[in-house]
Design a binder for this molecule. Structure first.
Ligand code: ADP
Length: 262
């Protein structure tokens, strides 16, 4: 509720004998501080982007062209790994700031759900983390959904990458099944893995910015902790919903819906 430039959060609870209690909470300051924080993060990310691109570029060139001692080579590889990680982080932060501000203009058009699934699998199967993995399509409806192809492929790519990354290093080779099932007025996409699974206490917070179940493991796998929050924003902007079902030791299924094209 917006009143004379102030933002109020309103809740109403009915009373047993009739009537209701209405609580108005003035959240103007809270919203302003949150917006300032977001703008600050976006500005810093933006400022870091150019110098980081330059560091990554020069280090790559030196590694490719100069004869180096083994020690220098090793140190530069470490510089490159860390600078690339920072670069990824700034890119993700900028993307998140953009979707949260509504600056990512989506262009949803009718597209076959099966096509989206096939394209996502094709892109991911060439990536290094997909080597030796079993990637399968389960059920895949040809129903058309309203989707911004680029954005939905980004979401599917992120879910697939996570499924493969987090189930690698176990006894079995990573196995991922992607499906698209037709519901009444939407299509439900799912990415299922048979990896480590996620304990139930983490599930409600998984789509929050920077939330990671095991920080060290995620970092070691090149994660920034932002992929799922970006995915959530993109799916919700399509009018869809995204969630996760998981059981420790059994694997995880990430699901999202997209509205049917009429
Ligand atoms: P990250 O960049 O760390 O992968 P995400 O936002 O994509 O960030 O995911 C958040 C966290 O959720 C991850 O750090 C990981 O702990 C957990 N996670 C995501 N997908 C899976 C999965 N398929 N299996 C197990 N854990 C997962």
């Amino acid at each position: 509720l917006l009143l004379h430039g102030s933002v109020f959060h309103v809740t109403a609870s009915p009373l047993p004998g009739g009537g209701a209690v209405v609580v108005l909470r003035d959240t103007t300051r809270f919203e302003a501080v949150e917006r300032q924080q977001r703008d600050f993060v976006a500005n810093v990310s933006h400022e870091l982007r150019t110098p980081l691109t330059s560091i990554v570029g020069y280090v790559e060139t030196v590694l490719d062209t100069e004869p180096l001692s083994p020690a220098a080579n090793e140190f530069l590889e470490t510089v490159l790994k860390n600078a690339s990680r920072m670069h990824r982080l700034t890119e993700d932060l900028l993307m998140l700031a953009k979707v949260e501000r509504g600056d990512v203009i989506l262009d949803p058009l009718p597209i076959s759900a099966e096509l989206l699934v096939r394209d996502a699998l094709r892109t991911v199967s060439g990536a290094p983390y997909a080597e030796d993995a079993k990637l399968e399509i389960g059920e895949a409806t040809e129903q058309r959904v309203m989707a911004d192809e680029h954005a939905v492929l980004q979401v599917l790519g992120n879910l697939l990458e996570n499924a493969l990354k987090y189930s690698s290093g176990m006894e079995r080779i990573p196995h991922v099944v992607v499906s698209a099932r037709s519901l009444e007025d939407s299509v439900q996409f799912s990415v299922r893995d048979f990896g480590p699974g996620i304990a139930s206490e983490h599930l409600p917070r998984l789509f929050e910015r920077f939330y990671r179940v095991e920080k060290a493991r995620s970092r070691e796998k090149g994660g920034t902790g932002l992929g799922l929050s970006i995915a959530k924003q993109l799916i919700e902007q399509h009018g869809g919903r995204i969630w996760v079902e998981s059981e420790l030791g059994k694997g995880s299924t990430f699901l999202f819906t997209l509205p049917l094209a009429s």
